[in-house]
Design a protein. Structure first.
Length: 746
């Protein structure tokens, strides 16, 4: 019987005759992969033995270091290709690395164990599936199948799926798997009152059902590998012996399970090289632990730490601004980026910071800047608008459409194509026109109203038989006994609500009506109760939709506008402005980067601060650092003094990150009256008179009872004074809290 853990020694070594297979040779100093490396990169590539941590700042050539290191190990005959484990986070990165190594060393690259964490774990589990209760042909379930299976388990245990949505419970299971926790390791404190205190039992039953189906979900791939290694020492010893060299990309993004997996495999040879940037760890919401990279030297005593600080992307001002900003974080290993290449003096511009009055003005300023750059010969593809949250894209999309500038949204659909926006629009369309059958179909059972296939088929059947609109057929059906009492009552309430809302079209402002529809239908509440990572962003997008309505006189005019936007035929060209979130921009670079919305509550994001405290603040700052370092030549950071949220104007304070940008490397340009701190008052330069300009007055120079005027809210009376903050009862806008610099005596 063959040994399942035997090494593949029968594979020939193309570098040498079999008799000399184990002999290490010296790699020539003029080897192609060593030519052109700077001193830091050369150290990272040639320090092949022992644990090595490569702190690779943005734009410092980490991919070249990784591929050159692989070539160095292979050319030096320190290991056979199949004795090298190279781990990436994406299939795209794995393909790129394999192509680059192949160009250096030829077909040897095909024999490397190179891939993502998940693909490498699948490769191991296919060989040892029986050890964890599976067969070698096990199925890997996608997200939909995982939810269906968990719902079956919940129904079997009589768990209320309305009170405890399956998606939120699945999120808890995946978080435990990311931390390497099997059901027997989850404590009651960790489970809390999820599923009425039965969450651990549901997790156990879910895992048992997976094994019965000979299936695994993505979280299981790492978890089963850990179980294999911890319960079968001979399997662990085999892979520890086989993998003499381990290379890991984006180490700052590893979760606990991935960290444990790597530590176990590296224990024998300890030739592990992890490349990453603690300053770019921005994915804690999906399980990443920045602590993994911060404690590398403790995990591997005597480790060599190499800092790649020569940046081959950005100008000196951009690098200095980003380095000064990130230095305010305490949980970091520390490095300072410096230019690695000379730059054309014409391209060396300070980071520009622009303060404007409100969101629409911010979109106008950014798009005008894009038009100016385009007229100067810059391509649209060289420009990117990077936002903190998805709801911010709407105003920019509409401005780009109005000006006829081609754009693409990366990492998600355009604003009006998002699921939650389409759903909300269907409600508005149905209220505006009950004959809209497509809108009726989309929302009649959204949120779930207990209307099964039989009830909906009955509606369709009656509509066809009597040539009625679906809404009219549903209303008529509710007057008969065709449906069972429960679905008949649910459908009847839905139809009554639509008619009631329609009756308010002429009497209620359309923005208030939209809020009422989304709230009373339960649609907003559905997303508030959803525990998925995307749910809070969907709620923000719905708020932005209601805000968008206020720009139009009627609901009908707004619906017509959206229809035209959706039909807008963008030029079929690759030359388009990129619009995306900061999270999605990591790893990309552009000549010109626009960073809007740098206000407290938007960036740093208030929800993140409320949930994560100082740790979340530091991650938000790392996200700002990522945004700045995407730019090669120019950065424009902007903030607005006012944002309209749910049709209410709210005063916004400039982000604290703006005060952390060094004055020597920034050019600050704010309309008078918009400075939020002493540093802004000192560094802002005057601009031409603006219709929105407000004369600054010393803090506390207003009295209770004094009449004042605000450019947006109009006239009002001061109710209270707290330093530079005023509480004002505006004649038309109600009571607001604003900074005193935003108002003037009436």
């Amino acid at each position: 019987m063959t040994d399942p853990f035997a090494l593949d020694d029968d594979i020939p070594d193309p570098f040498q005759p079999p008799a000399r297979r184990s002999g290490v040779v010296e790699v020539p100093t003029d080897a192609p992969w060593l030519v052109g490396l700077n001193a830091e990169q050369h150290q990272a590539v040639t320090t092949t033995d022992g644990p090595v941590l490569v702190l690779s700042g943005a734009g410092t050539g980490k991919t070249r270091v990784l591929t050159s290191r692989l070539a160095q190990i292979l050319a030096g005959r320190r290991a056979q290709p199949w004795q090298i484990l190279a781990v990436t986070f994406t299939n795209k990165a794995a393909r790129e690395m394999k192509d680059r190594v192949g160009a250096m060393v030829g077909p040897l690259a095909e024999q490397l164990w190179l891939g993502t964490f998940h693909s490498l774990c699948v490769r191991i589990l296919r060989r040892h599936a029986e050890a964890v209760g599976l067969k070698s042909n096990f199925t890997i379930l996608d997200a939909d199948d995982q939810l269906r299976l968990l719902k079956q388990v919940m129904e079997g245990e009589s768990v209320d799926t309305k009170k405890w949505p399956a998606q939120s419970l699945m999120g808890a299971i995946q978080r435990w798997k990311d931390r390497g926790l099997t059901p027997d390791k989850v404590t009651s404190d960790q489970a809390g009152d999820l599923a009425g205190g039965r969450m651990v039992q549901l997790y156990r039953l879910y895992q048992e059902r997976l094994l019965t189906l000979n299936a695994a979900d993505f979280g299981d791939l790492l978890l089963h590998c850990l179980t294999l290694f911890l319960t079968h020492p001979e399997a662990l010893a085999h892979y520890q012996d086989q993998f003499r060299y381990i290379l890991v990309d984006e180490y700052q993004d590893t979760n606990v399970a991935q960290y444990l997996w790597l530590r176990l495999l590296a224990q024998k040879h300890k030739n592990i090289c992890c490349v990453g940037d603690d300053d770019q760890s921005i994915y804690s919401w999906r399980g990443a632990e920045v602590g993994n990279i911060l404690k590398f030297e403790r995990d591997f005593p005597g480790a060599t730490v190499v800092r790649l600080e020569s940046n081959y992307r950005s100008t000196p001002h951009i690098l200095a601004a980003a380095s000064h900003l990130i230095a305010h974080n305490s949980d970091r290993l520390g490095k300072t980026l410096r230019p690695g290449l000379p730059h054309d003096p014409a391209d060396i511009q300070k980071v520009r910071v622009r303060g404007v009055w409100d969101g629409p003005e911010e979109a106008r300023v950014v798009v005008e800047e894009i038009e100016t750059l385009q007229r100067r010969g810059e391509s649209l593809a060289s420009m990117a608008i990077l936002v903190r949250a998805g709801f911010q894209t709407r105003e920019f999309e509409e401005r780009l459409i109005t000006t006829g500038i081609a754009y693409r949204v990366i990492g998600g659909p355009r604003f009006y194509e998002r699921q939650e926006i389409r759903d909300a629009m269907a409600y508005l369309r149905l209220v505006n026109s009950p004959d809209d059958g497509l809108a009726f179909e989309r929302v009649v059972n959204l949120p779930k109203r207990g209307l099964g296939d039989a009830a909906l088929q009955a509606v369709h059947g009656l509509a066809r038989a009597k040539t009625l609109a679906l809404f009219d057929a549903a209303s008529l059906l509710c007057e008969t006994d065709e449906l069972k009492p429960k679905p008949r009552a649910s459908l009847g309430k839905f139809c009554a609500d639509i008619l009631r809302w329609r009756g308010l079209l002429d009497d209620l402002p359309h923005t208030e009506l939209a809020e009422m529809i989304l709230d009373e239908s339960g649609y907003v509440e559905m997303w508030k109760n959803d525990k998925s990572a995307e749910a809070p962003g969907r709620v923000e997008n719905l708020k932005e939709l209601v805000r968008a309505l206020s720009d139009y006189e009627t609901l009908q005019s707004f619906l017509e506008h959206v229809a035209l936007v959706m039909e807008n035929d963008q030029k079929d060209s690759t030359d388009k402005v990129t619009l995306m979130t900061l999270h999605g921009a990591k790893g990309l670079e552009f000549d010109n980067v626009f960073l809007p919305g740098w206000e407290e509550g938007v960036f740093p994001h208030q929800r993140a601060l409320d949930e994560g405290g100082n740790a979340a603040l530091e991650e938000e700052r790392r996200l700002a650092y990522v945004g700045l370092t995407r730019a090669r030549k120019r950065v424009l950071v902007s903030f607005a003094a006012n944002r309209r949220i749910y049709n209410q104007w709210q005063t916004a304070l400039p982000s604290r990150f703006l005060d952390e940008l060094p004055a020597a490397h920034t050019e600050r340009d704010a309309e008078r009256g918009l400075m939020g701190s002493s540093s802004w008052q000192q560094t802002s330069r005057p601009k031409d008179p603006s219709p929105w300009a407000v004369d600054l007055r010393p803090s506390g120079d207003f009295d209770v009872g004094e009449r004042v005027f605000h450019q947006k809210f109009g006239a009002g009376t001061v109710l209270a004074v707290d330093g530079d903050k005023l509480e004002i009862a505006f004649d038309k806008a109600g009571t607001k809290k604003v900074l005193d610099s935003f108002v003037e005596p009436a």
